[in-house]
Design a protein around this ligand. Structure first.
Ligand SMILES: [Zn+2]
Length: 161
């Protein structure tokens, strides 16, 4: 299953371990510091990947958004996000768009694509780890004290919900 994450999904955190995808513009929308840290760690470890939609699917999404009337409420970023989901669908890769945006959800279901609100996407299960080594990214349980056993950097507490 490919999870396609919008900004609300990235802000609420997401479960590493799934295959997560988004577009560059979504990441640019996230300003919150802890979320940005999680995002950059996930990009580094490869649990979150950036993809660009194909032209043909971009056009197809715009056309569908015009027909459904969602176009006025959808940003260019939303359109791109829906387009990468469509790319995956055409490759039979079962995309699930994680979003709380009603217009994205509406268009996704019109196109026969699955979506999930952030609260139902297993997203609450994120951050079973609460401390992290800023040197190498290794995760530790909240009660862990001292330095990282891999690289020796002091282990820091990280944001939790
Ligand atoms: Zn370390």
């Amino acid at each position: 299953m490919k999870l396609i994450l919008d900004a609300s999904a990235l802000l609420s955190g997401f479960q590493p371990g799934n295959e997560c995808y988004t577009v560059r513009e979504v990441i640019d929308e996230v300003r919150e510091k802890n979320a940005r840290l999680r995002i950059s760690l996930s990009l580094e470890e490869g649990s979150l990947k950036l993809v660009e939609p194909g032209e043909e699917n971009l056009l197809e999404i715009k056309k569908a958004a015009l027909e459904s009337g969602d176009i006025a409420k959808l940003s260019d970023t939303d359109i791109k996000l829906l387009s990468i989901a469509l790319d995956f669908k055409k490759k039979r890769a079962e995309p699930v768009i994680v979003t709380d945006d009603y217009n994205i959800q509406n268009l996704a279901s019109r196109l026969g694509m699955k979506f999930s609100p952030t609260t139902e996407a297993g997203i609450k299960k994120i951050l079973t780890w609460k401390k992290i080594c800023k040197g190498c990214g290794k995760k530790f349980p909240i009660e862990y004290q001292g330095s990282c056993d891999v690289c020796g950097t002091k282990v820091s507490k990280i944001a939790k919900r």
